[in-house]
Design a protein around this ligand. Structure first.
Ligand code: HEC
Length: 182
């Protein structure tokens, strides 16, 4: 009897609660990463307008990591950007993140959209939000042979081990990782 009660009544409630919980974390993560993305892009276009890639690349080097971490702190989460082909080695994904990255990469929809992924453990809920490559990213992450000379020179100087080139529009450039403490 008790077991039936659990299966027919309590289990659906527990299941529903879990679903709801992960949906809330996901929508929060979407909000946070949307804001981070639009702020990063705004800063980037200002730097580009003021001094082209020769100014914007060092600007990113000095500010991108710190800004992302600060945005996370302000929202009580750990926020980072990770990728399989890093420009900044500090953004290289962990083996666990690599598995999620490859899974998300495989699940690109016919409209070209990558799905989010929510992973829950006892202590944390981690939401992975894909970062697709867009037209405005091409000057610094596109084909090397199509880059301007000053962009190539600046990148070579500041990032001699740069891996983050030769992307095409629509490629999965990286992931935002948003970690909520339970
Ligand atoms: C002006 C050149 C420039 C443009 C344009 C640019 N980026 Fe970057 N990007 C950089 C630099 C420089 C870094 C390394 C930042 C650092 O050292 O923390 C970087 C790092 C990244 C990273 C972190 C992973 C890594 O490789 O270190 C992601 C993700 C990323 N860029 C995505 C994008 C996307 C998406 C766009 C377009 C919306 C874009 N970038 C446009 C220069 C650029």
């Amino acid at each position: 009897m008790k077991w039936n009660l659990f299966v027919f009544f309590l289990f659906p409630i527990t299941f529903y609660q879990c679903q709801k919980e992960s949906l809330n974390y996901e929508s929060l993560a979407i909000q946070i990463t949307k804001e981070a993305k639009s702020n990063l892009q705004k800063k980037l276009s200002t730097a580009l307008a003021e001094g082209g890639t020769t100014a914007a690349i060092p600007f990113c080097q000095q500010n991108a990591l710190g800004f992302t971490a600060k945005m996370g702190k302000a929202n009580n989460v750990t926020l980072k950007r990770v990728t399989d082909k890093p420009r900044n080695e500090n953004n290289r994904l962990s083996p666990e993140e690599m598995m999620v990255f490859q899974e998300i990469q495989k699940q690109k929809s016919s409209e070209g959209v990558f799905p989010n992924r929510v992973v829950s453990s006892d202590e944390n809920v981690t939401v992975y939000v894909p970062i697709p490559l867009m037209g405005q990213c091409v000057p610094c992450h596109g084909k090397k042979e199509e880059m301007s000379t000053e962009t190539k020179t600046t990148l070579n100087k500041l990032y001699p081990n740069d891996m983050a080139t030769n992307y095409q529009i629509g490629d999965l450039r990286g992931l935002f990782v948003v970690i909520f403490k339970k």
